[in-house]
Design a protein around this ligand. Structure first.
Ligand SMILES: [Zn+2]
Length: 401
């Protein structure tokens, strides 16, 4: 893979051994649509390691044996690419970048990133806004990135919006991040300008420790995507931008509650389609409504019926992604037996007691936050959430076994 970065444009050329259909770190097969994209709102002269890591979030799935950049990277970044992915990276020759002092939040506006932002009220935001690609038709026009960018711009927090068409490098299954970390490409390129030493993401307990969508239903302390000691965490740290997961120890019930109790409440938006408000008809709206109903201890309020395709995902046999929250909700939503989730009751014997661990923070998630920002997250959890007991932590560590 040969990578060129110039004036906001990232282009790459495949080597003979590279693949058109590659694999992302979550094992998802991803098919290449085009070999160039742009990233707007960022400086052209970032540290070469930042450019290399940003480019890697885009080209990693399609690279087999080597990657050559158009400027020298540090030996440390080359080593992290070699150790993590087995690729030869070069040319080597730059001094490594020193970590800055600021933590920024990769801010989407969803409940999880709002919760992370609430824990760090002084952190600036970097918001990724999808824009159209000059040569690739948009086959998924429902995504209203303009609406989300407008919400992000009006929170009152310091925000830098990065515009990019990098999701259109991916043809199948549909436009999206080649690697989940590509959402951070702009933040990486801004790291010198913002003096970044850390980038906070809204990945919560399920994504970080319970396998997210990849290792369905299995405890994953060594998650390669989000563990600080995983290959991505090490690569980011080598470029002086540590991965920080302020809400990595709490469930989506907690991030929902924290977000809806926060000053940013009016700016929370998990739905990618709605304009004036959430659309209420997409799968994400259904899943989040279930969690919100559980948190607010009220009946489910949705126009979606069991025959709709978006509902099917949670009506078959488990395991499935987000299963811990389904169990949590089954135990808490009044009248759940009269909703489309009724069939799921057959698979679980969820009670408030058996799901109480999802109301507390898993302590190792705080321990792995870099020291500079750890105390703030720990203090927030102590004051607003509370930590898991040993028995509750064991529920995390035996999840899926
Ligand atoms: Zn929706």
């Amino acid at each position: 893979m040969r990578v060129t970065w110039s004036g906001g444009d990232l282009s790459f050329r495949l080597d003979p051994e590279d693949e058109i259909t590659g694999k992302a770190s979550d094992e998802h097969p991803v098919k290449l649509a085009t070999n160039s994209c742009s990233i707007g709102g960022v400086p052209d002269d970032a540290h070469p390691d930042l450019i290399a890591v940003a480019a890697w979030t885009v080209v990693a799935p399609w690279t087999r044996r080597r990657v050559s950049f158009d400027r020298a990277v540090s030996a440390e970044v080359a080593a992290a690419l070699h150790d993590g992915w087995g690729v030869e990276a070069g040319p080597v020759g730059a001094q490594p970048r020193q970590a800055g002092r600021t933590l920024a939040i990769s801010y989407s506006g969803g409940a999880d990133s709002v919760a992370a932002a609430t824990i760090h009220p002084e952190a600036p935001f970097v918001h990724f806004q999808r824009v159209s690609h000059p040569r690739v038709p948009n086959r998924w026009p429902h995504y209203r990135s303009d609406v989300l960018a407008r919400l992000a711009a009006t929170t009152g927090r310091e925000v830098t919006t990065v515009t990019s068409d990098l999701e259109f490098t991916l043809a199948e299954p549909r436009p999206g991040y080649p690697e989940h970390h590509a959402v951070a490409a702009g933040a990486l390129l801004l790291a010198d300008q913002l003096d970044l030493g850390g980038l906070g993401f809204g990945y919560e307990l399920g994504s970080r420790w319970l396998g997210g969508d990849r290792y369905l239903h299995r405890y994953t302390p060594d998650n390669p995507m989000w563990a600080p000691h995983g290959k991505w965490g090490r690569l980011f740290a080598t470029a002086g931008v540590h991965l920080v997961l302020p809400v990595g120890g709490v469930s989506e019930a907690i991030t929902m509650r924290v977000a809806l109790e926060s000053e940013l409440r009016g700016h929370v938006r998990w739905c990618l389609r709605g304009t004036d408000g959430p659309c209420r008809t997409c799968g994400k709206c259904l899943y989040k409504e279930l969690i919100q109903a559980a948190v607010e201890r009220r009946p489910l309020d949705t126009p979606i019926t069991a025959d709709r395709p978006v509902a099917r995902k949670w009506l078959g046999k488990p395991p499935y992604g987000g299963q811990e929250m389904i169990e949590y909700a089954l135990a808490r939503v009044p009248g759940i037996e009269n909703t489309l989730f009724a069939p799921a009751l057959d698979y679980f014997e969820a009670t408030e007691e058996s799901t109480s661990w999802l109301d507390h923070c898993y302590p190792p998630a705080i321990d792995e936050i870099p020291e500079r920002w750890r105390e703030q997250a720990a203090g927030f959890m102590t004051a607003h959430v509370g930590f898991m007991t040993e028995d509750e932590a064991r529920r995390v560590e035996t999840w899926g076994s």
